[in-house]
Design a binder for this molecule. Structure first.
Ligand code: FES
Length: 112
């Protein structure tokens, strides 16, 4: 089980921490199930950059970034060293840990 904290760059949004999050689902899926807004124009198949987020903590609990994911991150607004695509960060089975992500301001979203 994991604990995930979502932080937000959008002003006025307080962080949300979810406990007892089960593995084998992506950070995008977890966000959407919990009514946390995160765009996903391609439906979660690594074919856009709208689910872009910053993985602040817990990178050891998700698969390493692929070349394809990196290509899409290059097209995201304001990419950083810890940028990931939320739909590609699937939590590993059989581990427990703490994950912290920051979501870019979804209201500032400029396109794919
Ligand atoms: Fe399109 Fe994640 S939803 S790449």
């Amino acid at each position: 089980m994991y604990s995930i904290t979502f932080k937000f760059e959008e002003k006025g949004l307080a962080p949300i921490t979810l406990d007892n999050v089960s593995a084998d689902q992506s950070i995008l899926e977890i966000a959407l199930k919990n009514n946390i807004e995160l765009h996903h124009n391609c439906g979660g198949v690594c074919a856009c950059s709208t689910c872009h987020l910053y993985l602040e903590k817990g990178e050891e609990f998700v698969d390493d970034i692929t070349d394809k994911e990196e290509d899409f991150i290059d097209r995201a607004v304001n990419p950083r060293l810890n940028s990931r695509l939320g739909c590609q960060c699937v939590l590993h089975e059989g581990e427990n840990g703490t994950i912290v992500v920051t979501l870019p301001d979804q209201t500032q979203f400029l396109g794919e």
